[in-house]
Design a protein around this ligand. Structure first.
Ligand code: NAP
Length: 288
């Protein structure tokens, strides 16, 4: 069993940390809003007063934070984790931050600390059940050392060397953002034709965006968009994809169009599900 510090107990981090605790690991938990650590402490985790404090009781650190900016703050800000890192510790970064952030962090970590990027596909139910897909960017020997821990969270696959996990996560999330906005535009066109929305959704369930429609139909029909994955985070991912495209001198017109829709919708309802972008596209007010 491993001594793990878990930093970031949001919608995904909390159930992931709970699984690691249930698996018998010695868990120290920290979150910016400290009350989110309480359910874990009741189950036997130790509370940390800062990211640096969490590191004093850990050999492995896992981060599950909103954005690259949040990750930088938690690692390198005041009482940040990096202040307390020792040679031999491993940092498993599981947020969606993209490969550029992974490169930058790796260059700033104390010598002897190993960084593993291991972002996930799957949302809160998969985080709770331990059925996430975990994409690991690491050398073979490092991968072998973190694999048993990550297998508590889902199916684990090494997708390449350092940074490859973070990169493939942006690749797959390009398809998520584009599929969602494709549904929005299809519904807008259908409405212009005067078609019945129920009929249109039935037909779209059998289309190439069928899984997206099946997963979000209840929200679309009710107008209520409770979040598993928020619109703010959806916008962040498409921003990271655009930044990566720019860095690689690549034109991604479809991703850019999807980002424009999310950038329009997210400021009005950042905490609603990312499918709320459909309501924005239809000129409707998404409800919690
Ligand atoms: P979330 O519920 O919004 O939680 C975000 C976490 O980041 C919270 O612990 C939050 O702390 C913390 N945080 C934000 N800004 C911070 C700052 N400046 N300093 C310190 N901590 C900060 O997000 P989530 O849904 O768990 O997602 C976490 C990551 O996983 C994101 O990168 C997301 O893109 C990715 N992801 C999410 C899903 C999903 O379905 N939700 C699926 C796959 C991947 P507070 O509690 O104090 O706000």
């Amino acid at each position: 069993m491993t001594r793990i510090a878990f930093l970031g107990l949001g919608k995904m981090g909390a159930p992931m940390a709970a699984r690691l605790l249930s698996a018998g690991h010695e868990l120290t938990a920290w979150n910016r809003s400290p009350e989110k650590a309480n359910p874990l402490i009741e189950k036997g985790a130790t509370a940390a007063s800062s990211p640096a404090d969490a590191l004093t009781r850990a050999d492995v650190v896992i981060t599950m934070l909103a954005t690259p900016e949040a990750l930088t703050e938690v690692l390198f800000g005041r009482d940040g984790a990096a202040d307390a890192m020792r040679s031999g510790q491993r940092l498993i970064e599981m947020s969606t931050v993209g490969p550029a952030a992974i490169r930058e962090i790796a260059s700033k970590l104390p010598a002897g600390v190993t960084l593993v990027d291991a972002p996930v596909l799957g949302s809160v139910p998969a985080a709770t059940d331990g059925t996430l897909l975990v994409f690991v960017g690491a050398d073979e020997s490092v991968f072998a050392s973190v694999r048993p821990i990550l297998e508590t969270l889902g199916s684990v696959r090494r997708v390449g060397g350092p940074g490859a996990g973070a990169a493939i996560k942006l690749v797959v999330n390009l398809t998520l953002g584009v599929a969602m906005t494709t549904v929005g535009e299809a519904l807008a066109l259908a409405r212009a034709f005067g078609l019945d929305r129920t009929v249109v959704l039935d037909v779209l369930e059998e289309s190439p965006v069928g899984n997206t429609v099946k997963g979000k139909r209840e929200r679309i029909e009710s107008g209520h968009y409770p979040a598993n994955f928020t619109q703010a985070l959806g916008e962040k991912d498409l921003r990271l994809i655009e930044e990566a495209a720019r860095e690689h001198d690549l034109t991604l017109r479809v991703a850019r169009a999807a980002h424009e829709w999310f950038a329009a919708g997210a400021p009005q309802a950042p905490d609603l599900d990312y499918s709320a972008v459909i309501a924005t596209m239809l000129g409707e007010q998404p409800l919690p």
